[in-house]
Ligand binder design. Structure first.
Ligand code: FE
Length: 218
């Protein structure tokens, strides 16, 4: 099978959030889709190991927030490469709580949809939730982030638990990074870029991996 064929599918980039008791959970996903208009319903497929998935199973509620092109690796890294169990993902960003009690980020977000789960499908590694939209709101008119933009311009990576993860051996055609005077290192796990000589004992501020996981890109 030509795994690169899957790079031809277009996606957006979203923060999917939910609540589990007192714990606000959230993760990055690219698989949010509108599936019906009357009534408006969305589907989302999330990995079973995600804390957010467990929160949705418990609460029956989730919120989908559409990221804009302004979203940087601090935001995407916090929600995409950490676990809600150990890390306060919402801490560094502005957020609101929706009508269902689910917290959602308002920084670099174009719209949000609050949903109640009406059905779910076990897909093996992932669970697909079908959610009826109970509230929707436009937050700004900035251009929204596409998955292609995320890989080409933000130069972000795909977390291993994403439905579209292809492994490190299959990479999209990435343009060579722009030349700069200082050397640049990129985290192989989350895509965070460090400019300058990597200090000894350095850890990625986004996903926490050691300096050995950084690749020199300039
Ligand atoms: Fe990282």
């Amino acid at each position: 099978m030509d795994l690169k064929a899957f790079f031809k599918l277009s996606y957006g980039l979203y923060i999917i959030s939910s609540v589990s008791g007192d714990l606000d959970c959230g993760c990055i996903a690219n698989t949010l889709q509108q599936v019906t208009a009357e009534p408006p319903m969305l589907s989302i497929a999330l990995h079973k190991d995600n804390r957010t998935t467990r929160a949705i199973l418990e609460s029956g509620k989730f919120c989908g927030a559409v990221l804009t092109e302004e979203a940087d690796m601090n935001l995407i890294g916090a929600f995409g490469f950490q676990t809600s169990e150990k890390f306060d993902k919402f801490g560094g960003f502005s957020s609101e709580r929706d009508e269902n009690g689910v917290r959602y980020v308002t920084d670099c977000v174009a719209a949000r949809y609050s949903c109640e789960v009406v059905d779910s499908v076990d897909l093996g590694t992932h669970i697909m939730f079908i959610g009826k939209v109970t509230a929707a709101e436009t937050l700004c008119s900035d251009p929204v982030m596409t998955y292609d933009y995320y890989h080409r311009v933000v130069k972000g990576k795909t977390p291993a638990k994403a439905p579209s993860y292809k492994g490190e051996d299959v990479k999209a055609d990435e343009p060579t990074p722009a030349k700069a005077s200082a050397e640049k290192w990129q985290c192989a796990i989350c895509g965070y870029i460090y400019e300058g000589e990597l200090p000894e004992g350095y850890q990625c501020p986004i996903c926490g991996v050691p300096a050995s996981k950084f690749e020199k890109i300039g």
